[in-house]
Write a protein that binds this ligand. Structure first.
Ligand SMILES: Cc1ncc(COP(=O)(O)O)c(C=O)c1O
Length: 367
């Protein structure tokens, strides 16, 4: 019999991943399955990133550059910042873990929105911190209420901008007013995983704050608009003093060399990002129209996914769509029992999803 595991693990619910497509194909006997559940880029990776991966293959016997020197240089030039302001992670998930490992211990609190990205709960609880969840207002972060929830025990505030699963973003003036209320010793993590997709003009321009403020970290990723989710690579941008603290928690070779090479190539392929954003905008318009025609309420999005109220139990709708070969994310897991979250796909994927949804809703109504 093993000795007891850490008490902090008792509250952690293991992440339940979606079934692999191959398994669903086998179970349902459907070969043509579309996955609109994880907010991936339906165009896939840039051709330049693919070429970089092919070139990398002969170098697979060598350890990666643990400091990601070349990638940091490219990112610094791209965003007009210093390489010392960057930390690279095995996905931006890992950056969130660095933050928790560096700052949190039992007795500490974190403030976050409800609903928001589940990784904040996981990394915080893993370190024994308590969660102060502040309900969104009309699906948007309630920043004044979040600022009010900060107390002496608060170490971190997570601002998911735009927010997963709602797709909403807060604007520059609101975020500035929020920052003015946050004590200098509380770290504000601004997760911009969907940054490239954002359309609103007043989206916060946080980068200029980072050289001065030590208590802000932006996280971004190559998993979404860059289409490199399988490679696991994301980054944090902050004050060099903050980055130095986070670096202490990082494994020496946390980011593999294939991911570094592909990320650099992808960063240089502005056309691919532009094309990905275009496909997303076309898909958004189409889905908005279709939802409106079906009289379904949806939350206008700044991302590549849409939260929509299908008016029926989400788990059942998920199941029925699955049987038609369409995988989406049911939002009852986020406390929204009749909502689903669907990733914007290619035009043909979107059409197939809508056709399947119409059948499911019609079938549900006749029950
Ligand atoms: C808001 C948000 N942050 C971070 C991530 C994690 O991205 P990565 O693949 O870089 O770990 C996701 C992925 O879904 C996300 O939605």
């Amino acid at each position: 019999m093993l000795k007891k595991s850490r008490q902090e693990l008792a509250v952690i619910k293991p992440y339940v991943p979606g079934k692999p497509i191959e398994e669903v194909q086998e179970e349902l006997g459907i070969s043509d399955i579309i996955k609109l559940a994880s907010n991936e880029n339906p165009l896939g990776p840039s051709l330049k990133a693919q070429e970089a991966l092919v070139k990398f293959v002969t170098q697979a016997h060598l350890y990666p550059d643990g400091s990601c020197t070349a990638l940091k240089k490219s990112l610094a030039a791209h965003w007009h910042i210093q390489p010392e302001q960057l930390i690279i992670g095995n996905g931006s998930d890992e950056i969130l873990k660095f933050i928790a490992e560096a700052f949190l211990q039992p007795g500490d609190e974190v403030v976050l929105a409800e609903p928001t990205f589940s990784e904040y709960h996981f990394v915080s609880q893993l370190m024994g911190a308590a969660l102060q969840s502040v309900p969104c207002r009309q699906f948007i972060h309630d920043l004044p209420a979040m600022a009010a929830a900060v107390n002496d025990r608060t170490k971190i505030v997570f601002v998911c901008n735009p927010n997963n699963p709602t797709g909403t973003a807060v604007g520059h003036a609101e975020l500035q007013a929020f920052m003015d209320k946050i004590p200098d010793d509380v770290l504000v993590v601004i997760d911009e995983a969907y940054y490239e997709y954002v359309q609103r003009d007043d989206f916060p321009d946080v980068l200029p704050w980072l050289a001065q403020r030590e208590n802000v970290l932006i996280t971004r990723t190559f998993s979404k608009a860059h289409g490199l989710a399988a490679l696991r690579i994301g980054y944090g941008i902050g004050h060099p003093n903050l980055i130095r603290i986070l670096e202490k928690t990082r494994e020496p070779f946390n980011v593999n060399a294939a991911a570094q090479a592909a990320a650099r190539a992808s960063l240089a392929d502005l056309d691919h990002i532009a094309a990905s954003v275009d496909v997303n905008e076309v898909g958004k318009s189409y889905l908005y129209e279709q939802f409106a025609a079906l009289e379904l309420d949806y939350v206008p999005t700044e991302t590549n996914f849409i939260l929509v109220d299908v008016g029926h139990p989400a788990a059942e709708v998920f199941d029925r769509l699955l049987r038609k070969g369409v995988i989406i994310r049911p939002a009852h897991v986020f406390g929204l029992p009749t909502f689903i979250r669907v990733t914007v796909g290619t035009p043909s994927e979107n059409q197939r999803f809508v056709a399947a949804l119409k059948e499911v809703i019609a079938g549900e109504s006749s029950h």
